[in-house]
Design a protein around this ligand. Structure first.
Ligand SMILES: C[S@@+](CC[C@H](N)C(=O)[O-])C[C@H]1O[C@@H](n2cnc3c(N)ncnc32)[C@H](O)[C@@H]1O
Length: 188
């Protein structure tokens, strides 16, 4: 059992609530389209975003995290799976949000390639991550290392490069000194 599965019952108490209001203006979601919350865990984010899109699929590899999500909402479409092998048809997902997920994913490039594959042309993926080059992030890196999370943090420039190689067009912005939001769009 991985660590997220072990702490699933306490995850929402350990992590602060998802402050949608503070980043809402930066997350350009399309209201009439379906959203995939990749590595959505306990649904902390999905439950906030569900009202702003036309249906929300919450995918996570941890059954225990998803069990917590299922207690919160009956509206979410909950799927157990991994980013490296998404169980969706090619060109079927119009928008993806991955909040605080990618650095926990073991095979990041495969996951980004898979996202590109299942996304519709013109589809958009939004990734919220921590910049390992900012000094305060080093504490988080150390903390996750102590907990044996095996995280791999990517700088915005490194992630931009990876996404561009796959075929996304990319822009990104800082949300704070330590966090950034990267938009990866699949061309038509
Ligand atoms: C820090 S939690 C973030 C959860 C949620 N996005 C949030 O902001 O509350 C990271 C999540 O990524 C999931 N995860 C890790 N590797 C994954 C993978 N390869 N595919 C799908 N989910 C993964 C974990 O199970 C965990 O629920």
């Amino acid at each position: 059992m991985d660590l997220f599965s072990k702490i699933a019952g306490s995850y929402d108490k350990i992590i602060r609530g998802f402050a949608l209001d503070t980043i809402r203006e930066f997350i350009k979601l399309v209201p009439d389209k379906l959203l995939l919350d990749l590595g959505g865990g306990t649904g902390r984010v999905s439950t906030e975003l569900d009202d702003h899109v036309n249906g929300c699929i919450l995918l996570d590899r941890s059954f225990e995290m998803l069990q917590q999500a299922s207690k919160k909402s009956r509206n979410l479409l909950i799927v157990q799976g991994v980013g490296e092998n998404l169980p969706f048809k090619e060109n079927s997902i119009p928008q993806i949000f991955a909040n605080d997920t990618l650095h926990h994913v073991q095979f990041q490039n495969e996951t980004l390639e898979n996202c590109h594959c299942v996304m519709t042309p013109n589809g958009k993926m939004i990734i919220r991550e921590y910049d390992p080059e900012y000094w305060k992030t080093k504490f988080l890196i150390f903390f996750e290392w102590v907990l044996l999370f095996r995280s791999t943090f990517l700088s915005p420039r490194r992630l931009e490069e990876m996404c561009q190689k796959i075929g996304f067009s990319v822009d990104w912005q800082r949300l704070s000194k330590s966090t950034y939001l990267l938009n990866a769009n699949k061309p038509n």
